[in-house]
Design a protein around this ligand. Structure first.
Ligand SMILES: Nc1nc2c(ncn2[C@@H]2O[C@H](COP(=O)(O)OP(=O)(O)OP(=O)(O)O)[C@@H](O)[C@H]2O)c(=O)[nH]1
Ligand SMILES: [Mg+2]
Length: 216
């Protein structure tokens, strides 16, 4: 019997190669957006990386593109404070979002990013899939549930990407996967496969590249 929300299968050779070629090609920073009117024209397929502060969104973009400093990654939570657009080839955008659930920045600033994040997730026509990153050590928390609920309401398909897999042992890995599977069962917008990654070790990156390459 297959569990609901299985781990994504390894891509076949052709799809893997499509993903590899896409990400080996040009990736360029386009702009950092601080308010909805600043979004680039909605003229191509777009995927975004959402998740709690410090979960590893920027690191994942760097890992996928093989460019260590394309997206700014940092130990300081709240580092990504704008919606950062990267053009992947000529027909896709990768979007690095500000993290949520970070309480230590000034309240007014946090409120501003959060409003922008919500407006973006609920209102971007060309957003094909939201990758919601979840730290393998922590699983899905209440603050993630809020965002998943928003994606359900907005009918934006989201896929959970577990991050920092290199930081846990196999028992914790299995526990977190089970917790995420249970949590996703309540979300109609959840894509029914989970991707396990480590930006540090490269685990899962080929799979994620292949998934992005096949979205049209
Ligand atoms: N061991 C390990 N560390 C990671 C991994 N991914 C990210 N990190 C570390 O986690 C910290 C946060 O990573 P970021 O990529 O900046 O996280 P973010 O989600 O972009 O954070 P914000 O922009 O603040 O929301 C950094 O110190 C990274 O080096 C991973 O796969 N393995
Ligand atoms: Mg970031």
């Amino acid at each position: 019997m297959s569990l609901p929300f299985p781990l994504a299968e390894e891509p076949d050779d052709i799809t893997r190669e499509r993903g590899r070629l896409l990400f080996a090609g040009p990736v360029d920073f386009v702009k950092g957006v601080v308010a909805m009117p600043g979004l680039p024209p909605a003229d191509r397929v777009e995927v975004c990386f959402a998740g709690r502060s410090n979960v590893g969104k920027s690191s994942l973009i760097n890992g996928l593109t093989g460019r260590k400093t394309l997206a700014r990654a940092s130990n300081t939570p709240g580092r990504t404070q704008e919606i950062n657009y990267f053009a992947l080839g000529t027909d896709r955008y990768l979007v690095d979002l500000p993290g949520y659930g970070y309480a230590e920045a000034p309240v007014a600033i946090v409120a501003k990013w959060q409003a922008l994040l919500r407006a973006y997730l609920a209102g971007r026509q060309t957003l094909r899939r939201a990758f919601v990153l979840v730290d393998m050590r922590h699983g899905i928390k209440a603050v993630d549930q809020e965002i998943l609920g928003l994606l359900d309401k907005s009918a934006v398909t989201f896929q959970v990407v577990l991050t920092k897999a290199d930081k846990v042992n196999l028992a914790t890995r299995a526990e977190t996967i089970a917790q995420v599977q249970g949590a996703l069962a309540k979300h109609p917008a959840a894509y029914p496969e989970i991707i396990v990654t480590s930006s540090e070790k490269g685990e899962g990156l080929e799979t994620l590249r292949a998934v992005i390459a096949t979205l049209v």
